[in-house]
Design a protein around this ligand. Sequence first.
Ligand SMILES: NC(=O)c1ccc[n+]([C@@H]2O[C@H](COP(=O)([O-])OP(=O)(O)OC[C@H]3O[C@@H](n4cnc5c(N)ncnc54)[C@H](O)[C@@H]3O)[C@@H](O)[C@H]2O)c1
Length: 517
Amino acid sequence: MSLSSTLFAHGGEDDGPEESRHGLAHGESAFGRPPTGAIHTVAVIGVGYVGLPTAATLAHLGHRVTCGDADPAKVAMLQRGDVPIVEEHLEDLVREGQAAGNLTFVQGATAAVQGAEFVFLCVPTPQGDDGSADLSFVESVAAEISPHLAPGTVIVNKSTVPVGSTLVVERVLGRTDVQVVSNPEFLREGTAVPDSLHPERIVVGADDQSAAARVGELFAGTQAPLLITDAATAETIKYASNAFLATKLSFVNAVAGLCEAVGADVRDVILGLGYDKRIGFEYLKPGPGWGGSCLPKDTRALVHIAEQAGYDFSFLKGAIATNDEQFKRVVAKVHAAVAPSLRDAGESRSGGGSRGGGGNGDGDGGSDRGSDGNPDSGAGAFGGAVVAVWGLTFKAGTDDLRNSPAMEIALRLADGGAEVRAYDPTVVVPEGAGSVNVPGFAVPDGPGSLLAYPDAYTACQGASAVVVLTEWDEFRWLDFAKVRDALAAPVFVDARNLLDPAQVRRLGFSYVGIGRR
Ligand SMILES: NC(=O)c1ccc[n+]([C@@H]2O[C@H](COP(=O)([O-])OP(=O)(O)OC[C@H]3O[C@@H](n4cnc5c(N)ncnc54)[C@H](O)[C@@H]3O)[C@@H](O)[C@H]2O)c1
């Protein structure tokens, strides 16, 4: 059953070949036929990386979904059927919902909740100054919609919120005739559509179990295991999941460091580990450090939650510290790789200088760029070096730069005085522009710089090394002879272990990976 045909199966339209009208090309058979269950009226507030896949999935399941967002430009785009984020299959699913009349977009939360039986809150919960989750977006939406909710409405917290937040929302709503339920989201950017259509589990937590069961029924068509629990447990499950994932990544990065020290190959170590079913292969990939919009803020929030509750989560603090060490290790690898070029150019380390806090306009997850005490990566260490960077997003398959480890490393290099020439397939450089600032990241004055270029080859022009920071598949298939010819020195620092060392070494490159020979 194709995605396009499911559109018409539940939308009631039957005229014409679906593919020709919707241009569906990818993964059409992966989505399956939506069930014919009870249809409900749902509002989704906040149509970002979580809200939009959630809304499109609920519409696919047959529900009547109205999405409200505070950003008028985003709403206007979505009303035209254009999806403002990079997420495979999402545009197809959104257009399917719109064509079926199940999915509409309006400006603001108030307009969206009119007549809704369920209201999903999918607004940001950024990291506060003390590491705690900032609930101000959730609270402000709750205050805004409260007077407009019909009696019996169920408010569903899908934003990642600390334990006790259902009570916070209840208090802000100030209504005894509506219920608040926790329904944490586990989707991964890059695979958000399959993750939403076929979740591995659905967790719903509420003190009123009948409200939780009603929310669970909305997702009946996904066939996912449904865990109904109390609100505090549901909220804890979300944080514990992200803390575990972060810990697993820190563990494998630490093992990679060990491999380098003892002369082992981390890729074979991972094979040997992963065949043990108790361990598994997932999330055992060494890299430049973990990041993204969730893991840094959620791990810090959990440390804070634990502290508030009188528990010292030192284990998780260790995983966070290991991650910061990983950033430093990668920067040190780059320094070692470009050191010969620096010497050749007669550059002095003292000639550079820090940009004093970097150009990161976004939260940086509490890192301390350029002040790590490592002589190989501190202020001025890269003065005069030109470094090419491949990949800026926090992972492949998304355009999300929030707390990206790739951005973290690139900015540390720039803070150290390097001229960083970056390429990422999702950072658009208008024709004729040559290069652009990375959107959302202002570059202040200073000896270092970070600019995005239109392709991987141009980014390499005159650079003393290429640093692979995001695992975009296209980087595997480049013309490496052309890359070599563009570079001032043929050096790869592969922080994703993406490339084949033998292949690039044959072409004259020196190659450094993470935990591999
Ligand atoms: N991104 C992920 O992979 C992911 C995964 C699981 C959980 N989460 C959690 O989901 C929540 C949302 O994350 P996201 O990545 O989708 O955020 P996002 O920034 O992509 O989207 C949030 C949306 O909310 C809108 N918004 C903000 N204030 C609003 C208001 N008052 N009224 C209406 N709309 C408003 C914004 O315009 C934006 O479109 C966070 O709590 C996050 O931790 C995210």
